[in-house]
Design a protein around this ligand. Structure first.
Ligand code: BTX
Length: 325
């Protein structure tokens, strides 16, 4: 509304000094209660507004946005994140990422949205993506890898996100094979890796990363609260999403380069140091069967190796892993 915009403009222009509610009320011919309702509205949008009796309202903080300017302010990469497509809302950044890749988007192109209305996980499962609180990001990469090497990019991304979370927040997450990042056993991040390829050549890898950053309990659908958490819930205070995005891109550029040059060996070592799975008895739930075994680690192909009761080793390519409680 124009009142809301005018109010916001005056708050910005005052640079933290109080703005008289009475004056704005007079300007629009409204009551002071009406103005107060607009202030509450702005607070819902993420603005923090203080009140001084008899003097008016002042701006404490504006909401963080993950737009190009805010992310690039923190960016130290060569290519990743140098081109950013930013949306207030969209269906899924992953779908936009595919289109961009098809249309020749350069290596390291990033799609970011404040909100996704049909965010997706693996096997078309829904991914909860409320507005303004998480990182909903897809990255179009064009590394020199074969299609067989592409699935390991999920593990490259997992290591990158884990390192970035550590550095920006001090939280020490665990990785659960292949694509979950957990804190205290609850999921803070999911990663979805998709491919555009010829039989012998990767054209593009689209990596979708969803991170619960600043949600509070009521921001999640009720059924997710037992299994999901946000960095804010763990830390007790909000985290700068733009800074975290820039840090992820910088580790991702570093580790993808490492993978291209030196193969999976160095990534495997890093990954294993964060894994909460190795050495544990786990259940691997696959489409047609469920097997129980001890997680031995991952192979040079990123395949999870389970030791079964009869002593044999079984490689798991795709499954949901359940850990003992
Ligand atoms: P996944 O299949 O491993 O996990 C999906 C499952 O996780 C759901 O079935 C649900 O139980 C649970 N879940 C849903 N939403 C959340 C959430 N916000 N936090 C924790 N758990 C949740 C993981 O798939 C891959 C997710 C990738 C999401 C990114 S966001 C940017 C990009 N765009 C897009 O549409 N997807 C990716």
């Amino acid at each position: 509304s124009t009142v809301k915009n005018e109010l916001l403009k005056r708050l910005f222009e005052a640079k933290g000094e109080p703005v008289s509610g009475q004056e704005i009320a007079d300007h629009f011919g409204l009551s002071r209660t009406a103005i107060w309702k607009y202030v509450k509205d702005l607070e819902k949008d993420g603005f923090e507004i203080g009140t001084i009796r008899k003097k008016g309202y002042y701006l404490i903080a504006s909401p963080d946005r993950v737009n190009e300017a805010n992310v690039q302010k923190h960016l130290t990469t060569k290519r990743y994140g140098r081109r950013i497509h930013y949306f207030d809302t969209c269906g899924s950044t992953q779908v936009i990422g595919h289109d961009e890749a098809q249309n020749g988007a350069p290596d390291g192109t990033v799609i970011l949205s404040e909100e996704q209305t049909s965010g997706k996980g693996r096997m078309s499962r829904p991914w909860s993506s409320v507005g303004g609180k998480g990182i909903w990001m897809s990255i179009v990469l064009r590394p020199s890898l074969t299609p067989q090497q592409a699935p390991q990019m999920t593990l490259v991304a997992a290591v990158s996100v884990t390192r970035a979370i550590q550095e920006v927040t001090g939280i020490e997450p665990d990785i659960k094979w292949p694509n979950d990042i957990l804190v205290g056993g609850k999921k803070v991040t999911g990663i979805l890796t998709e491919l555009q390829a010829d039989p012998d050549r990767v054209k593009a890898i689209i990596i979708g990363i969803g991170i619960n950053v600043n949600q509070v309990e009521t921001d999640f659908p009720e059924e997710l609260n037992p299994i999901a958490t946000s960095l804010r819930q763990v830390l007790g205070k909000p985290v700068d999403r733009a800074e975290l995005i820039a840090k992820i891109l910088s580790f991702l550029e570093l580790f993808t380069g490492l993978y291209e040059k030196h193969g999976f060996g160095p990534i495997k070592l890093l990954w294993e140091s964060y894994s909460n799975t190795t050495g544990k008895q786990v259940r691997a739930v696959m489409l047609n069967e469920t097997i129980v075994g001890t997680a031995m680690g991952i192979s040079d192909e990123g395949v999870l190796e389970l030791k079964l009761a009869d002593g044999s080793i079984r490689g798991i390519y795709s499954a949901d892993i359940e850990l003992p409680k």
